[in-house]
Write a protein that binds this ligand. Structure first.
Ligand SMILES: C[S@@+](CC[C@H](N)C(=O)[O-])C[C@H]1O[C@@H](n2cnc3c(N)ncnc32)[C@H](O)[C@@H]1O
Length: 546
């Protein structure tokens, strides 16, 4: 073949390929504009393969046209950036980041890609890296057209980065507004804690330095969360099954799309041989930590279900708790690092749910080296009820309180009180009997708190009833003494705070009493609201129905 013919043929082939690329590009752009993300990803993938091919072939040709090559590389860069955008909309962040990196290899200052990568990193809670990309985008001439939103992203990343480093979150405005509007945006935060072998079971979370009551331990966003209003008893079981199925689908979707999350979930307990589980490094749970994961690390459905069974938590939203509006509301979610926290019936931490975030704070002073625990179920219940609940969770609780109460529960008098209350015994009489027996058994200090916490229902009913107080008031300890001794074992609790506030309202509150209530409020809600907003919270707490 003549050289001229060969050139002509190559030219024709190139033109055909160029035409095909044009068609694919138009189709992909249209799908992207129509927000048909999955289809757009498919079209861009075809375009990207073909254009990489073209670039390779053009490179092979001697005397290739540099302009043509430049044009091809530019459109490849844009296609990668657009595919990253579509992937990030489907929360396929891993693939989206790979696309961004390839695009930035072609053009390190590509505006759209810098912006897209910043947004993905922000979604992945990697705030300081996100900030770098937004700042780089701001330097681009194209930034002038969208400087307002770009500056917004810069400010948001800065704020989140500060929160993630200090944990200095403040819910004051939201609380002072009576929880109206969207819940505040929070950042992930991991305090000075470590994961170690636990005497309770398997691994646990430990304080690596002293933590004051009210201080944050961690803030983390749900991997997946399913919420529903379950009205009517008949609906409950079916509706709960549907919720559970939806929740599993959500987790499975994340596990499929995000290698990092899959890897972390696979490290959680499935309830079997916990003592043999690997003690994972806490840094893996910090969003900024880079670590190697392999796409081959698969997770079987059975393993995932077992893990969800052991580690999912029901959401107890702080707003509905305080406002007493959570009767029909039900939600189940998975939060990674909190899944390393063991249960105790005398916990030293509490969890608050704000939006999709779970905040864990110390509800007592915690010493360095001490295990951090929260209650998986209500600690203000008698031993037999706690046992029933813990059995449904597959836990045989071996905390100090359960051990002590297991011994004392064999006493005839304890049985009499429990049976008496079930049969409608006067609550004040039950409280009086327990107090008298505790004197006789010489039960003091913490142990007295354990038993009082277990009979909390009777104590609170007595303190709330004028009739009971008239009859028993002089013969039983004052509410604040009982509240103090229970706080000493279970830490801050909304119901204890409520009784204390009601007493203060009835008897008048001096400065000292108010200080005491504020201290307890910090133990219940954490140091996440300023004084004025805490007062609003206390008002709401008193006003709420149980
Ligand atoms: C969410 S995980 C807690 C972390 C777990 N220990 C680990 O190593 O991954 C829940 C599991 O921990 C164990 N566990 C937690 N609290 C316990 C307790 N008080 N007594 C006995 N086992 C407990 C149970 O096996 C439970 O299924």
């Amino acid at each position: 073949m003549l050289i001229a013919e060969m050139i002509e043929e190559t030219k024709q082939l190139l033109e055909m390929a160029e035409e095909r690329l044009q068609q694919l590009r138009s189709k992909a752009t249209e799908l992207l504009l129509r927000e048909e993300w999955k289809e757009a990803i498919g079209a861009y993938s075809q375009f990207i393969t073909l254009s990489k091919d073209q670039i390779f072939q053009t490179n092979q040709q001697q005397l290739s046209d540099p302009d043509q090559l430049q044009k091809l590389r530019k459109s490849l860069c844009l296609a990668l950036s657009n595919r990253a955008e579509a992937r990030s909309r489907l929360r396929e962040f891993h693939g989206a980041l790979e696309d961004c990196d390839q695009a930035l290899e072609i053009d390190g200052t590509h505006f759209k890609t810098l912006l897209c990568k910043g947004k993905i990193l922000l979604s992945l809670n990697r705030y300081s890296m996100a900030l770098d990309f937004f700042r780089a985008a701001l330097l681009h001439p194209q930034a002038s057209g969208s400087s307002e939103s770009l500056n917004g992203y810069v400010e948001k990343s800065k704020k989140m980065d500060l929160l993630a480093r200090t944990g200095a979150l403040d819910l004051s405005d939201w609380v002072a507004n009576g929880f109206r509007g969207k819940s505040p945006e929070l950042a992930e935060y991991v305090g000075v804690v470590e994961i170690k072998k636990s005497e309770i079971s398997g691994r646990g979370l430990f304080a690596a330095k002293n933590i004051d009551a009210g201080s944050l331990v961690l803030v983390t966003k749900a991997i997946a969360l399913e919420r529903s209003i379950l009205a009517g008893k008949d609906l409950c079981e079916d509706a709960q099954l549907v919720m559970w199925k939806n929740f599993i689908d959500k987790v499975a979707d994340v596990v499929r799309k995000c290698l990092r999350t899959r890897n972390l979930i696979s490290k959680l307990s499935s309830g079997e041989d916990e003592h043999e589980l690997e003690v994972v490094d806490i840094s893996l749970f910090r969003p900024e930590t880079e670590f190697q994961v392999h796409s081959s690390d698969k997770m079987e459905m059975d393993q995932m279900l077992a893990i969800l069974d052991v580690n999912s938590l029901t959401e107890d939203s702080v707003s509905s708790n305080v406002l007493g509006r959570n009767k029909d509301y039900y939600a189940v979610g998975l939060w990674l690092l909190p899944a390393l926290i063991n249960h105790s019936c005398c916990p030293n931490a509490r969890r608050l749910h704000v939006g999709d975030y779970l905040i864990v704070h110390a509800s007592k002073d915690i010493k360095a080296g001490e295990e951090i625990t929260f209650a998986y179920f209500d600690p203000l219940l008698p031993l037999y009820k706690r046992k029933e609940t813990s059995m449904t969770l597959g836990i045989h609780c071996r905390c100090k309180r359960c051990k002590f109460e297991a011994e004392i529960s064999s006493k005839q008098e304890v049985k009499e009180i429990e049976i008496g209350l079930e049969r409608g015994m006067d609550v004040g009489g039950a409280v009086y009997k327990l107090e008298e027996e505790m004197k006789r058994w010489k039960v003091r200090g913490k142990e007295r708190g354990y038993l009082r916490a277990s009979l909390w229902c009777a104590y609170s009913e007595t303190y709330r009833s004028d009739r009971s107080m008239k009859r028993w008031g002089r013969r039983i300890p004052a509410p604040d003494e009982v509240v103090d001794s229970i706080i000493n074992v279970v830490g801050g609790d909304e119901r204890l705070l409520k009784i204390l506030m009601e007493q203060l309202k009835k008897n008048g509150a001096g400065l000292m009493e108010m200080e005491k209530a504020m201290k307890l409020a910090r133990e219940v809600y954490g140091k996440v609201v300023k004084k004025q907003a805490m007062r609003t919270l206390l008002e709401l707490c008193i006003g709420a129905n149980e």
